[in-house]
Ligand binder design. Structure first.
Ligand code: OAD
Ligand code: ZN
Length: 249
């Protein structure tokens, strides 16, 4: 079956890269953005979280951001079976790097070591003036206490969640590294992502040139037509089965 095909490819490939998205973490209780019940569909307007909003209305941005954070992290999310499976594939030596669009930190919590967080990490904030990074929990508490926008303890600059906001570029080195990995991959797994947000969305296209492209996603994606394997399935079902199959061979 398809799982066997992918397991065989993983075992013979030199370079294997996984690109993950919000679908990785729905089983941990974090809603996706564009899937069923996606928060951009039901609860929030992405325009409110644009870098231009932070420039124009930092206090309003931070009040909305607190609501967004609480909606995403209400469940006190922990890594799920899909995160554990990718960490296991790395330990087995078949998976080289996880490139994630998620800002929830769950891949690192599951033990994945070679990790590129393309969109940053929501558990940190960064000062817009001096670049100092610190814990986001403290900044959020200050927003709750009415200190909006929260400011840098070093220089007084406005803080920003340490994530890539709409209207911002990805850090250059991170994006270059991700593109290089995609081009070099013999197997590229795109997991739990709608593959609609650039520039991450173009990575599977770089991989499909030479290597095998595998999709694991509940819904169709723009790459469904050209993928070598298109598994419309739950990540918490497919990935543990893939680990079992790889470990049996
Ligand atoms: P999306 O919400 O766009 O896509 C998540 C995909 O996961 C959807 O196609 C769902 O069908 C699928 N899905 C949900 N649960 C699943 C499950 N258990 N198993 C398999 N598939 C499942 O999320 P991303 O593609 O990650 O940007 O979105 C990309 C970026 O857009 C995010 O990083 C975020 C957002 O705006 C920033 O935070 C900068
Ligand atoms: Zn500062």
């Amino acid at each position: 079956d398809h799982i066997e095909t992918v397991a065989d490819a993983l075992l013979t490939a030199d370079t294997v890269v996984a690109l993950t998205g919000a679908g990785m973490s729905t089983a941990s209780g974090i809603p996706s953005f564009r899937g069923d019940d996606g928060i951009w569909r039901t609860q929030f307007d992405p325009d409110d979280f644009d870098i231009r909003r932070l420039d124009a209305d930092p206090a309003g941005f931070w009040r909305d951001r607190l609501d967004l954070h609480e909606a995403m992290f209400a469940a006190n999310p922990e890594p799920n079976a899909a995160h554990d499976a990718l960490a296991a594939l790395e330990r087995t030596g078949v998976l080289d790097t996880v490139v994630t669009q998620n800002t929830d930190g769950l891949h690192a919590a599951a033990g994945t070591e070679s990790l590129l967080e393309l969109h940053g990490n929501a558990h940190r904030v960064v000062c817009r003036s001096c670049g100092h990074r610190s814990d986001a929990a403290d900044a959020r508490q200050r927003v709750r206490d009415g200190e909006v926008p929260p400011r840098c303890s070093d220089c007084g600059g406005v803080l920003k969640p340490d994530v890539v906001l709409f209207g911002e570029m990805l850090p250059r080195e991170t994006l270059q590294a991700a593109r290089r990995l995609a081009r070099d991959s013999d197997v590229f797994l795109a997991i739990g992502s709608s593959l609609t947000v650039e520039p991450a969305a173009s990575l599977p296209g770089l991989a499909a040139g030479g290597g095998m492209l595998v999709l694991v996603n509940l819904d169709e994606t723009p790459y469904s037509g050209r993928a070598d394997v298109d598994l419309r399935a739950d990540v918490t079902d497919v990935l543990p089965r893939l680990v079992d199959t790889v470990e049996r061979q």
